[in-house]
Design a protein around this ligand. Structure first.
Ligand code: FEO
Length: 616
């Protein structure tokens, strides 16, 4: 019986799941199975995107017949010829001899290598940026070589704004009734398997993945349909941001992955003691026994963590077999940009450490701690200091800001609040609307964080009425102030509370964006409307992560920076009259007269704390 899922009104998932597969590609365990995705577009022409593995051919063929509803199949777009997606092509053609196969020249070459059937008479060759109109939809073809094979092509449906991404953004694990990533707790239940899929299947080809991401960033994508795993229709940045890290070999988490190979438990003992010393310093650790945990899981963890420790006994004058396989696997998957430490063991001639160093030393940007800890059979009390020294050397990286650690410089351990003023903030009027009430305030933290979709973050003081409105409505506008903004704008929106004043009084025509919220057309150069997707409690402030729904320019004037505001807009503070002593607010210029300023003093004008005052 068929089993299909609706993706959109005219797109159907016709793939199938395999939970009996022991090893994907004959190498990677898939205890939760795997899905082979295929999609049927029913436009004026019918278009199938890829086929499936031969293990699920019967269900797939039933699915297509159901989804076609008696129509003929006009096109088969072949994006990737690896047999988990192409095995059913010959049988499909026998059932639908009318099919035109849409593919690149490289795909054509690969199909001919794998299969024998009359291909040339039914092929429709496409190149980069070629298009195919199927009625309402226009398909654009985007080459993505080495993601995961050299012939790989992606397809962008510019009508539905869907990217058919081939292997990219795929995941191990069968689809258990859900098709969309937002139907499951993806971060908790599937991100590890997505990383394992990425690191082991395309991890070697980070540069090529980056190229594909660059091409994708130029497209307006609202949905991603990969060949394995879930369809993404919301929060695409959750998966895209991970790919951006992985493709650059940037770690996701600062912490230490320890992998050990131990025959009689002594190397394991050293690994455990090191983990304890690292935890004592507050550093996250994970430990794997390479003889127990499949290599693909450890490769995946190596892509996640910033620091890697390999502890191996010596075996046949070399590295222990399972550790040797892991180290070669990591090198083959192009692991790079990691800090590494090595513990070796050997009863008469420990050599494993040097050999591991030799293999990993050839990888790019692998920084290996100078000294191995070398054990003769079992760790002795006198060597605990060696383990502690290794923990301290690793710990030094965590004490210092990233980057400083690489140079082994001591981390400054004090926080000078004045350094915060050196950050290149802008200044913005943040506006919101609750019922009939409009309000706004000045903020200095607006930052774009993703491109597809466009998302920004804003940081807002909880004392602001605008903050409460955004919490309630989930919507806001940002008007980007220009260098032409006079001080009175900052006074108007920054030095009063909207709870007792109408901040828009006398502001002229009430201009609003599509979300109904006011914006400033004067003294600004651009306006952004956004909807909150996430709110992070940061103590005094809330960090809102929001998707941009509307954005337009108003002028070519330069945006005002925090520095420009202080140097050119904010009036210089005047000393108190007579010989009175006092403190001046560096933000708004308010002067508090007196010999002392209480630590909990709050500026009555701009609500900044005592740290923002300086003695006159
Ligand atoms: Fe899912 Fe590269 O095949």
């Amino acid at each position: 019986m068929y089993c299909i899922k609706k993706v959109t009104d005219d797109l159907v998932w016709v793939g199938a799941n395999d939970r009996r597969l022991a090893l994907f590609e004959g190498v990677y365990s898939v205890p939760a199975g795997v899905s082979y995705n295929s999609y049927l577009l029913t436009d004026e022409k019918t278009v199938l995107f890829d086929t499936v593995d031969k293990a699920v051919r019967q269900r797939f063929l039933e699915n297509i017949e159901k989804a076609l509803k008696g129509r003929k199949l006009d096109y088969l777009v072949v994006q990737h010829v690896e047999p988990d997606h192409s095995a059913v092509i010959p049988e499909l053609i026998r059932q639908h001899p009318e099919i035109k196969i849409v593919c690149s020249a490289r795909v054509l070459e690969f199909i001919k290598q794998f299969y024998d059937f009359d291909l040339d008479s039914r092929v429709h060759l496409v190149e980069e940026n070629d298009t195919l109109n199927t009625g309402k939809h226009t398909l654009h073809f985007v080459m993505a070589p080495m993601v995961h094979w050299p012939e790989v092509m992606m397809t962008y449906d510019s009508t539905a704004k869907i990217l058919f991404s081939a292997d990219a953004f795929g995941c191990f694990g069968a689809l258990n009734g859900a098709l969309f990533a937002d139907e499951v707790d993806f971060a908790k239940d599937y991100m590890d398997e997505t990383r394992r899929y990425y690191s082991n299947i395309v991890g070697k080809y980070g540069t090529q993945v980056e190229s594909a991401l660059d091409k994708a960033s130029a497209l307006n994508i609202e949905m991603i349909c990969p060949l394995h795993g879930f369809v993404w229709r919301t929060n695409l940045s959750e998966i895209v941001s991970k790919y951006m890290l992985w493709s650059k070999y940037e770690p996701e988490e600062r912490g230490v992955m320890i992998a050990y190979a131990s025959v009689y438990g002594n190397t394991e003992n050293a690994a455990e003691i090191l983990a304890c010393r690292l935890r004592d310093k507050g550093i996250k650790t994970v430990i794997f026994d390479v003889s127990v945990t499949p290599a693909s899981e450890i490769v995946s963890a190596a892509f996640k963590w910033s620091h890697l420790v390999f502890a191996s006994t010596t075996y046949n004058a070399g590295i222990f077999v399972t550790m040797e396989a892991l180290i070669n696997d990591l090198a083959a998957h192009n692991i790079q940009n990691r800090r590494v430490a090595i513990i070796e063991n050997g009863s008469w001639a420990p050599t494993s450490g040097g050999l591991i160093r030799e293999i990993l030393g050839k990888c790019e940007k692998i920084n290996i701690l100078e000294n191995n800890v070398s054990i003769l059979s079992g760790l002795k009390a006198a060597q605990l200091s060696d383990i502690e020294s290794m923990a301290q050397a690793i710990g030094a990286d965590f004490a210092a800001p990233a980057g400083v650690a690489q140079n082994n410089q001591a981390a400054p351990n004090a926080v000078d609040p004045n350094v915060m003023f050196k950050l290149s903030y802008g200044l913005f009027v943040l506006t919101a609307r609750d019922g009939n009430k409009d309000n706004g305030c000045i903020i200095n933290t607006v930052m774009q964080i993703t491109v597809t979709p466009v998302k920004i973050t804003i940081g807002v003081n909880k004392a602001n009425y605008t903050h409460d409105m955004i919490i309630k409505t989930g919507k806001f506008n940002v008007s980007v102030l220009s260098e032409k903004a006079p001080f009175r704008v900052f006074q108007q929106f920054g030095f009063h509370s909207g709870k007792d004043t109408d901040k828009f009084a006398g502001s002229g025509e009430a201009l609003r964006t599509e979300n109904g919220i006011r914006y400033l057309s004067e003294w600004t150069n651009g306006v952004i409307s956004a909807e909150v997707k996430e709110a992070v409690d940061c103590g005094t402030h809330t960090l809102f992560i929001a998707e941009v729904k509307q954005a337009f320019s108003l002028s070519r004037d330069a945006s005002v920076t925090y520095q420009y505001y202080f140097d050119n807009i904010k009036p210089k503070p005047q000393p108190p009259k007579g010989n009175k002593k006092g403190f001046v607010c560096k933000i708004c210029g308010y002067v508090h007269e007196g010999d002392t300023l209480p630590d909990d003093f709050i500026c009555p004008l701009c609500k900044h704390g005592a740290a923002d005052f300086e003695k006159i």
